[in-house]
Ligand binder design. Sequence first.
Ligand SMILES: Cc1ncc(COP(=O)(O)O)c(C=O)c1O
Length: 368
Amino acid sequence: MNQPPFSDIVASLPSVTPFVGPETIERQQGSRFKVRIGANESAFGISPQARKAMSEMVSGLSWYCDPEGYELRSALADMHGVDLEHVILGAGIDDLLGLIVRLFMNPGDAVVASYGAYPTFAYHVNGYGGRLETVPYRNDRNDLLALTDQATKQNACMLFLANPDNPTGSFYGSNAISDILDRLPPDCLFILDEAYLDFVPPDTILPIDINDPRIIRMRTFSKAHGMAGARVGYAIAHKNIASAFNKVRLHFGVNLVAQVGALASLRDTKFVADVVQAVAEGRQEYNALAQETGLATLPSMTNFVAFDFGSSECADQVMNTLISCGVFLRKPVVEGLDRLVRVTVGAPGDRAVFADIFRAVMKEIQSG
Ligand SMILES: Cc1ncc(COP(=O)(O)O)c(C=O)c1O
């Protein structure tokens, strides 16, 4: 029996699983992690108001959700001072990234991102047959000038930037971001992934200009709102672009419970402010822990801190040892960033467990 052939694009893709979850490692190791601080999830739970709204909505699950996500989009539009028609919902930024690639890229087109940038963009670009042209990080930050130069050189249809950045945690303020728009080549879309923006002081953020059709901004409920498992994100864009999403998006993709949860969380501003504060404290604690063990950390505007081990060998050794001791962590794999291990800010109890294990592992490695 012949198997029908896969499409040319799919046949050309590697058969690796791009995202190995902690659950997979737990199954392989045969034991549960003690501390889960590897995927930049929030250790501070979800808003009690979101929990209540979601619990109440469970009994409504026999009905399809509102495909327009009207109430949530209205609340988001109000919050950002834009009209409803500029707001697009998706099952997280990861979902929106795939839709954007599908909307703007033809097979063979060039797109630009940093080498080692948040990988889901590259995943979708590969999946739709695009050509990813990268630019190395410079001093552990996205090299904005080189990114726009590369976009110009490659005649790129899209330029991707996560700001704040994953995996470095670095951040550029409004002037630097608006400079990108000044240097952007014609017909190139600027995809600004702002997953961690809740952790940034508001006065440093470039105001949203919904009349500029060259930029899409994306936010998520996965980080400060603590709802990564619910899968809710949104984009804000020019109305022509926003309406084009309706051609490709999965209309019931943001489920009923997720929609009401996100709406309630959006209204619980105190909860989110408390999380942001708690995360800032956690980052300080990690910086102190690194210092105590003779390590540097990168400045971070996110819910994680990148510890610098100086070499990829050392970073690999520490991370693998920590994983075998029950601490779930991840690290960048690309040259230049592979000396880093990214540590998500856990709850205070998790941080204490991590700190004990980390000190013991470092002592062992440093003495041996
Ligand atoms: C830069 C960046 N963008 C997007 C995401 C994923 O966001 P979402 O859960 O909304 O898909 C992450 C998650 O770690 C991230 O680091």
